[in-house]
Structures are given as C-alpha cells and as structure tokens.
Ligand binder design. Sequence first.
Ligand SMILES: [Zn+2]
Length: 153
Amino acid sequence: MRAISKLVVHCSATPAARDIGVAEIRAMHKAKGWHDVGYHYVIRRDGRVEKGRPDEVTGAHVVGHNTGSLGICLVGGVKPDMTAETNFTPAQYASLETLLTTLSARYPKARICGHRDLSPDRNGDGKVTPGEWVKFCPTFDVAAWWAKATAIR
Ligand SMILES: [Zn+2]
C-alpha cells in the first residue's frame, strides 16, 4: 500500500451554480495535458462522492506534496466573479466528514489539511500564515473544522 501522510482538501474554484463532478474535472485536467483527474475524490454540490484517481496512484493536486498524499476536492469555492467564497453545502460537509473518517481510519498517521496550508513557509516561523498562502484553496481552515467536527461526536 502507498504510504499516505496527508489528506489534502481542495475546492474546484467553480461558482456554486456549476453542478460539476469528476467527469468535468477530469476533462479540465486532461485539457492541461494530464493523463487523468488530479484528485482522488470529488464531492459534488449535492454531497455525492465520486472517485477520481485510484488511491494507489500518486495524484496531481498540490505542488511538492503529491507523493504520500490523497487529494479531495469540494466542488465550489468561488463567487460568480471567481473570487474566493466559502459556499459549500451542508451535504458536502457531511460527506467530507464521512470520507475523512474512513480515510483517517485507513491512514491513521495522515495529517488532515487544506491546500493553502501546504504553501511555503516563506519567513520560516514554522507556520503558514494567510500572507503566505499561494492559493486560497479550499477557502476555510480544514484542520479547525475537522477538530470541531470530531469533537462533537
Ligand atoms: Zn487546491
């Protein structure tokens, strides 16, 4: 089994009204010359989870951290003008929680984080702060959300 040390949450950076799934994202990624969709899982607006790349295959979702990680993409994340917006549906959060519960049981040592948390720590203070985010993806603090989600169980 491939060693997984990170479960990385992304957004598709598409407006809330765009009801897309793995087929559309695969087409976008193939248009960039990739051989397959870069993510391992895609969570549609209605909460349905669609399988992307096999977990055993290295993804293409975060520069410098594809080895040893799985990429999970929430569809949404921008306003119609393409600026960042945390606009995920309750069904998407519920599915994300279920999926991360399953994956963290399978890979107990994996860190759960968002794409933006893997930006380079430019000032070397050991923390990736908002000014250092290369991308806004996925628009919310995944580690804090996960801590809260797991605390109320
Ligand atoms: Zn991302």
